[in-house]
Design a protein around this ligand. Sequence first.
Ligand SMILES: [Zn+2]
Length: 213
Amino acid sequence: MKRTRYLSLLIALMIGIVVGAEPTGRVVRITDGDTITLRLEGRRERVRLSGIDAPERAQPFGERARQHIASLCFQRLVTLSDTSRDVYGRLLAVVTTDSVNVNRAMVRDGFAWHYHEYSSDATLAQLHSEARAAKCGLWSDADPVAPWDFRRGAYEASQPDSQTAGITVYVTRTGRKYHRSGCRYLRRSKIAISLEDAKSQGYTPCSICKPPR
Ligand SMILES: [Zn+2]
């Protein structure tokens, strides 16, 4: 009896391979709200969920986005579909577990943006608008910074010749660090100050959001 079950499983697997079944693997690591690692056919494969962009871990809701995607798929078996590679060679895919489309669920629940610059998916666009209107997740913030804007800010600040004149940073009522606008440490209070003033008043740069120096 047992043997017959194994045999039928084996045949099912072989058929799956022949017809090019969508790859299935177990999620073994969560990097952030849009990047996970699967164990797939004996190797580890890092997957960037396509069409969505979750807040960076240094941004407000970055950690919550990571926890949310973990609650959806960590240690579960997931299936990849619509796979492709981006210009950096990263594997892009729609991730599905127990018939839940994780890409859509992240946008629906307000833990990721529809990455409209690289995706024209009408469903993701719709879920994004609905989550935003309902102030779900990160949309409860008055003025959330899109992750692509946050990354560009971080990139520009990392350029050696960036001018310090006219740069605004943010401090809190009690902290001794200064931050860039999207930093998660600005949840309680956020006071704008020029970079020069922040430095002359003895504030030091936050090690999480890495504001300009
Ligand atoms: Zn910071």
